[in-house]
Ligand binder design. Structure first.
Ligand code: GLA
Ligand code: ZN
Length: 682
């Protein structure tokens, strides 16, 4: 349980009373209670108010609001407010402001606008966190600590450069080793002294490539750029950990978190997850995102801490302000997406924001209490109805998903795949992962998202789309899994490089060559209007005939693998495009190109069937079904993402539906956007 002091689903979110006169606070309390809210997150952006000058702290207003929320039966996710330093601080310590990738020192403003290695930032933020911990350690409302807010900025200042050199010394020991690992003979980059190393930026190795409508940082030197990302991810984490440590000394038993952002490229969240008491994240899909894309991010966040329940820290009740088109969440969608979070392992449903700001950019951002100021709105009514429902769901807390399928995801691989220009600008790592994830999701097969060095023993099927970078120990991890009977799938461009993006010589897919039983000789990149074909040699389950593929085509040779399909066109027509290799008790599959969705769907169906991975119930497309387990209890979530009513055959099962309290069996009719949570009876 996140905190056993309040054993219910936490429901509430970011509250900014400081933006409002005190008269409004009372009304807030009334409305929060009416909405079933039990937790408020505050003060997320109030450093300037908490510390008006270097040696002056002002907590009285916070005492007051904390007392008020406590009197009203609410609990608090207490934020340390360190995501936006006060203006006086930036002015007095200008080196606290970061230098951007263009080499320009930023000026004060915005938020998360600090250098993550700046000693004064670290000192002041830790000091504030400690003061808050000391002041509120025994506060009855305190449930969780929320540090900073959405970390993730990189800095390229002189101080970061110096810290980077120290970080590199610790990693490589000698300058010779660094030259070797970065392949510095290329373009005569050899360095002889640590001081010669400068951060990779737009002033030297890097540039922003926005081609194809997908902006990504490119670099001439992957070695240094990968290390800079690792270093920057660590540097932000050190900011987080500094505050954590100060707080832990005072309140060792209160869980600490910071709000993550799903598939957010700059930070290696697998490393962060290990250091967090509880993972929390902010879910802001666009109206066009598929249920699978949202589900993937929930599963990714759940995977950061070994499947432990996570917090949905933020979502909007209605609309956002920062997307190209900020559509309203249609009636029922906020509720449906809230339950989707629970269905994927969340134990909280929280919003940004409780009352809609009236000035600055978030005036356009939805809230539980809209600008009109009362509760007679569609959004408020929907929030209040959900609040009422969640009160009945405390049983699901701490229950876990039990997946037999996993997808490998790796931030370092993501960085590496997209740092190099070539072989195709259309290659997007997350999109590739989503394609395979979505094939499992559509079939309602539970999936864990795991790092490549994760424990594979509980899985039957592991898929690693574009496992370009094979870090030390990963090939062995995969070999062991397959030898013991697992099924492993990887795709084109895999096994090419080591953790420094140096090619594993002797033939692709490098360290995976043995387990895959193939050799990839060349890699072709196709123009978007050029396609090749996957021609099945014989049916494999329902996989039969000819499918389209494109973007990248590995030209592979079998080295023991069975050739299941060959290319249909071009000079490599007849070369393998889908192979199956027996390895120990298990099998591996190599998909040498980027296939059309239908191919992936049918392949995944075949592999799931072979391993007897089944959906909890049969349902039409667009109905999502997951299960959470706890001791002897099972909770089955059925979510209708469709715009029409569906009938679901409960077969012989008899269930109690937790939201309505009704007993259900036979055919269940679920309205458009409807939700049911079943517990088997008997
Ligand atoms: C983020 C932040 C919030 C708010 C929302 C708006 O998630 O954490 O402070 O700005 O975005 O969507
Ligand atoms: Zn810096």
């Amino acid at each position: 349980m996140i905190n056993s002091k309040m054993p219910v689903v936490y429901y509430g979110g970011d509250y900014n009373p400081d933006q409002w006169p005190e008269e409004i606070w009372q009304e807030d309390m009334r409305l929060f209670k009416a909405a079933g809210i039990n937790i408020v997150t505050l003060p997320v952006f109030n450093w300037a108010k908490l510390q008006p000058a270097e040696n002056v702290y002002n907590f009285e207003w916070l005492d007051k609001i904390l007392d008020l929320v406590t009197q009203n039966g609410l609990h608090v996710c207490l934020a340390t407010s360190t995501a936006a330093q006060p203006a006086w601080m930036s002015k007095k310590y200008p080196e606290m402001l970061p230098v951007n990738v263009e080499g320009k020192r930023k000026t004060h403003g915005g938020r998360v606008n600090f250098c993550p290695t700046n000693p004064e930032y670290r000192e002041f933020s830790v000091k504030l966190a400690r003061k808050m911990a000391e002041r509120y350690q025994n506060h009855p409302a305190l449930l969780v600590w929320h540090i900073g807010n959405e970390y993730g900025n990189y800095c390229y200042c002189e101080h970061c450069a110096a810290e980077f050199r120290n970080w590199l010394k610790a990693r490589y020991g000698t300058i010779e080793e660094l030259n070797r690992c970065w392949n510095m003979s290329f373009w005569g980059h050899t360095v002889y002294d640590w001081e010669e190393i400068v951060p990779p930026s737009h002033l030297n190795e890097m540039w922003l490539d926005s081609s194809g409508g997908y902006p990504r940082e490119r670099t001439c030197f992957q070695g240094i750029s990968l290390d800079y990302n690792r270093f920057m991810s660590d540097a932000s984490m050190q900011c987080y950990l500094g505050e954590c440590q100060a707080i832990k000394e005072v309140t060792p038993n209160i869980p600490i978190t910071t709000n993550l952002m799903g598939a957010f490229k700059p930070l290696d969240y697998f490393k962060w997850g290990l250091k967090m008491d509880v993972v929390s994240w902010d879910n802001y899909p666009s109206a066009k995102d598929s249920p699978g894309m949202i589900a993937f991010r929930h599963d990714l966040m759940r995977g950061l801490k070994d499947g432990q329940p996570f917090m949905l820290m933020e979502q909007t009740p209605s609309q956002q302000n920062w997307q190209p088109y900020n559509s309203l969440k249609r009636p029922g969608v906020m509720r449906l997406w809230s339950y989707q979070a629970l269905a994927h392992g969340a134990d909280t449903i929280m919003f940004f924001q409780l009352r809609r700001s009236f000035g600055a950019c978030e005036k356009y951002h939805g809230a539980v209490i809209e600008h009109v100021g009362h509760g007679e709105t569609r959004v408020f009514r929907e929030c209040a109805a959900l609040g009422e429902e969640l009160k009945k769901l405390e049983d699901i807390l701490d229950s876990r998903i039990q997946a037999k399928a996993a997808i490998m995801f790796d931030w370092e691989n993501w960085w590496a795949v997209e740092f190099s220009s070539g072989p195709s600008r259309d290659l997007k790592y997350v999109e590739q992962v989503e394609k395979y994830y979505s094939a499992l999701h559509k079939r309602n097969i539970a999936v864990d998202i795991i790092p490549p060095d994760g424990d594979l023993s509980q899985y039957q099927l592991v898929i690693a789309p574009v496992l370009y970078m094979v870090k030390p120990g990963v090939a062995q991890n995969i070999e062991k899994f397959v030898a013991q009977g697992g099924t492993f799938v990887t795709t084109f461009l895999s096994g090419l490089v080591n953790e420094n993006d140096l090619v594993t010589l002797g033939g692709y897919p490098g360290e995976l060559r043995k387990v895959m039983g193939i050799w990839a000789e060349e890699i072709d990149a196709l123009y978007p209007d050029v396609k090749n074909q996957i021609v099945m040699k014989e049916p494999l389950g329902d996989l039969n005939g000819v499918y389209e593929c494109g973007m990248l085509c590995d030209l592979i040779h079998s080295e023991g693998a069975k050739v299941l399909a060959v290319y249909g066109k071009d000079f490599y027509a007849g070369m393998p495009v889908l192979t199956e290799n027996k390895f120990g008790e298990g099998k591996t599959y190599y998909v040498a190109s980027d296939p059309e969705t239908a191919f992936i769907d049918v392949l995944i169906t075949y592999l799931c069937d072979a391993k007897q991975l089944k959906a909890p119930l049969e349902a039409v497309q667009g109905v999502e079904i997951t299960q959470r387990f706890k001791e002897k209890q099972t909770f089955m979530f059925v979510l209708n993402h469709r715009d029409d009513q569906v009938d679901i055959d409960l077969k012989k099962g008899r269930y109690r539906e937790l939201i309505s309290g009704r007993e259900e069996s036979g055919i269940l009719s679920l309205p458009a956007k409807g939700v049911a949570i079943f517990q088997p009876i008997g």
